[in-house]
Every structure is written in structure tokens, then in C-alpha cells.
Write a protein that binds this ligand. Structure first.
Ligand SMILES: *Cc1c(COP(=O)(O)O)cnc(C)c1O
Length: 435
């Protein structure tokens, strides 16, 4: 069956043919590809065409597809049972592996997605402080729970408004939405409402509006404000966690949040999320504390084995060096190719996660991201896909390199990008050398 035939069949049984909206290619147009298998950095679609994968399941596959050690661990775990609904050793071992990387985490609760990790962080922050208001930042994504699927409303107090029908305004307005990288806005808000704010949730590098680094002092201000006003600070490291050798952004910059949300890499491609923090705070969750949280498949033995095998391979000497080298090669290659084509492009990078902006400078906030030439993205996406390089089917998504990407594969992607950039450049091809 062709991709189109699969897609038409899918549309008869699945909403929009997909189980997560971005997969429908609505933002770039065309028929989504259906994938049959992956090996390392290479994906094979329903028509037998191979592409180099820079989505890597939106981050979890830091070792690439079907890493042999991970596949073996998953198979062995599944052979012992796909679920116990009771304690099992894998949960303890993965918790210990996470704690080795994140000194701020003394206790962990595993869940089945990043969405649940942040949702639980909010409940815990509210439950512990007895306050209701949460602060988030425009352009940060924390999954699709009601309290976090909100955007900045109009007006000075920036009460959140729902970004989807079905979210009560009374829930959304308990979330205050501030611009990213604007410490003064956070200071103003805390000066006015600090005593009612339960906590702040932030992506320490924003990975859902491209990849936007934190401005100097921004995260430090949030740490200081929350501490002074008796509020809690949660770092959403669902994307950034395990992407740097230090563990997360928090160790890299030496700033300790009260809570850390993890997902994606921690499950190695199986459905895993985690919430972690100091023991005193985490022990307020049930069964030790009053804040309720539960899950039929939480700590699932197959998922835990997948996460554990992934972290074990990651910790081998040389893996992070490879990730850093491949990430840098792609960053420099794309930057040089765009410069040669006369196309303004800014590339951001945290280890093996990259952001591309069709703009001469790196944006610092959602507003600045929206002002870049995102309209060039669909042509870039299709130009690259036609040449066998799969980027995310939506502008302003991060791209991911795995340890399975080879130097030659990345070089071929850079050559492909050089061709595509020339078709996108305002002056057209051949600008270089003309006077
Ligand atoms: C992907 C993501 C989430 C949500 O995780 P899911 O597993 O898709 O629910 C939360 N926060 C961040 C920063 C993410 O990138």
C-alpha cells in the first residue's frame, strides 16, 4: 500500500488519520508518510523509501531507532509480563538512574507521559502551598492538560485564556501567562500577586517554539522570586533532560528547581514521564501525603526497561561526545549553507537538539519567533523530504540528532540543505559571486 492509501484508510478510522495533530502535516501540506521500520537514523516508509530522521519521535530516540541493546531489554521485559500493576524492580532501577543524573531529585513519581508529569507538578504545587495560581510562559509547551493549554489574554494581569474549546475559562484564568525571557514582567507580577502564586513552570531552554535559549538572568530571577514569595519552581526538562552530559539544563547552569518534569528520553521511546524533586516535597504525594496521583500503567515494566537500557547506553564513554559532535556538525553545516545561499538563518543548539529560524538573529520570545520567516518552512520541509531528509512537519519545532547519526549522513543532509536554501533565498540561486 502507498502512503496515500494508508492515509485514506487511516482517515476512515482515526480522527484526521492520526493520533496527534501535528502528524497530519496540516502545517506543511501534502500526504503524511507511514513508517514501517527504523534502524539507527534511517526510517523506511510504506513505499520502501528511506529518509534520514531528524524528528526522532520528537526527542525520545536519542540513540536512534531500534538500538539493539534497547530492543533486547524491551523484549526480555515483555517476556516476563507486559504489566504487573504492582511494584517491580525496573521502577527502582530507573529511579536510581535518574537520580544519579539529577542531584535535585531525591524522590520520583513515574507517569506515562510528559503531560501527566507537568499536570502532577501543578497539583503538587497547588496542594502544598494552598494557593491556586500558576505562572507559565508564552510559547512554552507543557502538554495538553487544561491548566496548561492556555495563552496570554489581553490586559495587564495576563490571566490565561483557553487555547481549545472544552477548557473552562475558570480553569484557564488560574494560569497567568508571561512573555519568555522577560524577568521584569515576572518581577512585576510577583510584586502584585506573589502571595497567591503556587508556582512557576518553565522550559529552561524553550524547545517548542523552535529552540530558544534562556536570556542571562531570566531563570535566576524566577528562582529568586519563587523562593522569596513562598512559591515553587518547576523546570520542565521533558525535552532538555538527558540531552546534555550534565543531565539537564539545571546542572549545566547550576540552578536548582524545586520540581523537575521529565519525559521523552527517560522512556527511550516508550510512554514514560516522571516528576521528581526533594524528598520532603515529593512525599506530599499519595500514598505518603494528601495530594492524589495514580496510574494503572505507571512504572510499567516494559517502559522502565526501555528507559533504563537507553540511559545505560547513553552513559557509556563517548556517547555524549558523539552527540555533541554530530549536533555541532549539523549546526555549522546548516549555518554555512544558508550563508552561502544568502538566506538569513539562525541556528540554536543545546547538545543534540537544534532550532532553525529563518531570521538574521535568534528570537527570545514567542512574539519574536512569530516575526521570523516561518512562511519559508513548508518549502524547506518538502525540499528536504524529497531529498530524503525528514524534518518536523511544522515550523518552530526543535530538531533532534541521535548518536546513531553518522558524520556522512549529516554531511549529506547539509548538502541537501544547501540546495534547498538556494531555492529559498530571496535573490534566487547563484547570488554568491555576483556583484
Ligand atoms: C513533549 C513535551 C511535553 C508533553 O509530553 P507528552 O509525552 O507529549 O505528553 C511536555 N513538556 C515539554 C517541554 C515537551 O516538549
Amino acid at each position: 500500500m502507498t502512503n496515500r492509501e494508508w492515509y485514506e484508510r487511516a482517515c476512515r478510522s482515526l480522527v484526521g488519520g492520526v493520533n496527534s495533530p501535528v502528524r497530519a502535516w496540516g502545517a506543511v501540506g501534502g500526504t503524511p508518510r507511514f513508517f514501517l521500520r527504523g534502524r539507527g537514523a534511517v526510517l523506511e516508509d510504506a513505499e520502501g523509501r528511506e529518509v534520514l530522521d531528524y524528528v526522532c519521535s520528537w526527542g525520545p530516540l536519542i540513540l536512534g531507532h531500534a538500538c539493539p541493546e534497547v530492543v533486547r531489554a524491551v523484549g526480555e521485559a515483555a517476556g516476563r509480563s507486559t504489566s504487573f500493576g504492582a511494584p517491580c524492580p525496573g521502577e527502582v532501577e530507573l529511579a536510581e538512574a535518574v537520580k544519579r543524573r539529577f542531584p535535585s531529585i531525591e524522590k520520583i513519581r513515574f507517569v506515562s507521559s510528559g503531560t501527566e508529569a507537568t499536570m502532577t507538578a501543578l497539583r503538587l504545587m497547588r496542594g502544598v502551598t494552598g494557593r491556586e495560581w500558576i505562572v507559565k510562559f508564552a510559547g512554552n509547551y507543557h502538554g495538553h492538560s487544561d491548566s496548561l493549554l492556555v495563552a496570554a489574554g489581553s490586559g495587564a494581569l495576563t490571566f490565561g485564556v483557553p487555547t481549545s474549546p472544552g477548557i473552562p475559562a475558570s480553569v484557564a484564568e488560574k494560569t497567568l501567562v508571561l512573555p519568555y525571557n522577560d524577568p521584569e514582567a515576572a518581577e512585576d507580577l510577583f510584586a502584585r500577586l506573589g502571595k497567591d502564586i503556587a508556582g512557576v513552570v518553565v522550559e529552561p531552554w524553550a524547545g517548542n517554539m523552535g529552540l530558544v535559549p534562556p536570556a542571562p538572568g531570566f531563570l535566576e530571577t524566577l528562582r529568586d522570586l519563587t523562593a522569596r514569595h513562598g512559591a515553587l519552581l518547576a523546570f520542565d526538562e521533558v525535552i532538555t533532560g538527558f540531552r546534555v552530559p550534565e543531565g539537564g539544563v539545571q546542572q549545566r547552569i547550576g540552578l536548582t528547581p524545586d520540581l523537575t518534569c521529565l519525559g521523552k528520553v527517560v522512556g527511550g521511546g516508550m510512554p514514560v514521564g516522571a516528576l521528581g524533586g526533594g524528598a520532603e516535597l515529593m512525599d506530599r504525594l499519595a500514598p505518603l501525603g494528601p495530594v492524589y496521583q495514580a496510574g494503572t500503567l505507571s512504572g510499567n515494566p516494559v517502559s522502565m526497561a526501555c528507559g533504563l537500557a537507553t540511559l545505560e547506553v547513553l552513559e557509556r564513554p563517548g556517547t555524549y561526545e558523539t552527540l555533541e559532535a554530530r549536533g555541532r556538525q549539523l549546526e555549522e553545516g546548516l549555518s554555512d549553507a544558508a550563508r552561502s545561499a544568502g538566506l538569513p538563518l539562525s541556528v540554536t543548539r543545546l547538545g543534540s537538539v537544534l532550532g532553525l529560524f529563518f531570521s538574521p538573529r535568534v528570537p527570545a520570545s514567542l512574539e519574536e519567533v512569530k516575526a521570523t520567516r516561518g512562511d519559508l518552512y513548508p518549502a524547506f520541509f518538502h525540499g528536504m523530504m524529497d531529498r530524503g531528509h525528514a524534518f518536523a512537519p511544522s515550523a518552530f519545532e526543535a530538531l533532534f540528532v541521535s548518536s546513531a547519526h553518522t558524520e556522512e549522513q549529516i554531511a549529506s543532509t547539509v548538502r541537501g540543505a544547501a540546495e534547498v536554501f538556494r531555492t529559498l533565498a530571496p535573490q534566487g540561486p547563484g547570488k554568491e559571486g555576483r556583484s
